[in-house]
Design a protein around this ligand. Structure first.
Ligand code: ATP
Ligand code: MG
Length: 402
């Protein structure tokens, strides 16, 4: 399209609400980095309040789908960048309008935003003149300022002018990494992958830890966890680490030595302590779970308290107020649902109490825990057997110990 000065680009818009001073350039820098890493954009420029992806010799369709995985972007436009030359601005606007007209659109409106003060015309005049130029050259098209079928957007920035006729919504949120690191307790269920997704969306660099019960759980359970981690890793600009702890020795010991009704809470408290240990090592500042009030016996307020009591770090529960149906819809949308419903379990049913306590007394739990003399030692032993898997943007890299 257009002459030699015209360049097709992707114009990126992000929400500026609450972004001030230092915070703003930190956010922008991170977003640029993430666009380059996740969407493999060749080059990104900052243009006051916008980012511009230079396609170089790539096609916009190679990049657009991947931008959905970059949190922090509100929406994008495939745009044409032109110099500050009104003739060119009119020509490109006309070509875009003609394309829309040929696809069946009949009404339009021109919207101009000018941040380059030295441009000799005002926004209103630009819109009006471009509008009448389009009207004159496309018989059958008309202006509708209230309800146009399409808009021609013109943004005049310091260095260049952008012209576009579309706006594509993206995932919103904050760029992953601006909110520090968090450790997700990733089970094979529906909830925890969704919880991880929501924290990634708030800019948290998420890594995961899972407790399995080999040999009661098979390699298929490992595969399932890795498939879930793979989905989340698509949103991560850096290495996504997925740790798996063989938890069976701790579970067996609790099963054989503590009152059945408390075994679930005791197991969860062990998970909390082990997750805290790993979090300290990787400098994560919070744990994340898929806990949701009232779904199951372990998720009464008293039990959430009894479990969280074993954690020094805050436990973030992004799904706490969600309905199950909302969680399922989100799981389907992000592609984790079909994996989560596979029958491979994260823990042997034999370790689940027959009648888990719905009300737990913390005093009682502490007393029982103190009588479990080998518990601390066993927690260290299983922690030493932890295995680490790493992903880069959805690609499994390798597996290593610890
Ligand atoms: P989910 O659907 O995420 O499995 P759930 O509805 O089954 O959750 P619980 O079994 O009470 O609920 O688990 C609550 C949370 O505890 C999970 O969302 C997860 O964050 C964590 N969790 C439970 N089991 C494990 C496990 N084996 N490994 C890692 N985290 C776990
Ligand atoms: Mg579960």
């Amino acid at each position: 399209m257009g002459g030699r000065d015209v360049e097709k680009v992707i114009l990126v818009r992000y929400s500026e609400i609450g972004l001030k001073g230092k915070n703003r350039s930190f956010f922008e820098k991170r977003l640029i980095d993430n666009i380059i890493k996740i969407a493999e954009a060749p080059r990104v420029n900052k243009r006051y309040g916008r980012l511009v992806i230079r396609l170089e010799n790539k096609n916009e369709n190679d990049i657009l789908p991947k931008l959905n995985y970059v949190f922090g972007i509100q929406n994008v436009s495939v745009a044409y960048s032109v110099p500050h030359d009104f003739e060119q601005i009119k020509e490109i606007s006309l070509e875009l309008a003609r394309e829309m007209f040929e696809n069946g659109a009949r009404t339009f409106k021109v919207e101009t935003k000018k941040s380059f003060k030295k441009f000799p015309m005002g926004s209103y005049k630009i819109s009006a003149e471009v509008g009448s130029y389009i009207l004159k050259n496309i018989p059958g098209i008309s202006v509708d300022v209230h309800n146009p079928e399409f808009k021609i957007g013109i943004e005049i920035k310091e260095v260049e002018t952008f012209i576009f006729s579309n706006k594509i919504s993206m995932s919103g949120g904050l760029p992953v990494g601006v909110a520090g690191k968090g450790l997700l307790l990733l089970s094979g269920g529906i909830d925890s992958p969704v919880a991880g997704w929501y924290m990634l969306k708030r800019g948290v660099d998420v890594n995961s830890i899972t407790f399995l019960s080999p040999p009661y759980t098979s390699e298929k359970s490992v595969r399932k966890i890795l498939d879930l981690a793979q989905k989340l890793s698509m949103y991560s600009p850096d290495i996504f680490k997925c740790w798996i702890v063989p938890f069976t020795e701790v579970q067996t010991y609790i099963k054989n030595n503590a009152p059945d009704e408390y075994s679930l809470i005791l197991q969860r408290r062990s998970m909390m302590r082990i997750a805290n240990k790993l979090a300290r090592k990787i400098k994560a500042k919070a744990l994340i779970t898929g806990e949701n009030l009232g779904q199951v016996a372990s998720q009464t307020l008293t039990n959430l308290h009894s479990i969280e009591d074993a954690s020094k770090l805050p436990v973030l529960r992004p799904l706490i107020g969600f309905d199950k149906i909302e969680i399922i819809d989100k799981a389907k949308e992000i592609g984790t649902y079909d994996i989560s419903i596979l029958p491979y379990i994260d823990s042997c049913v034999a370790f689940a109490p027959k009648r888990p306590a719905t009300k737990s007394s913390l005093k009682e739990i502490e007393k029982i825990e103190q009588s479990l003399l080998e518990l601390e030692e066993l927690e260290s032993i299983v922690y030493e057997k932890i295995e680490k898997y790493t992903f880069i943007h959805g690609m499994l890299q390798n597996k290593s110990e610890g």
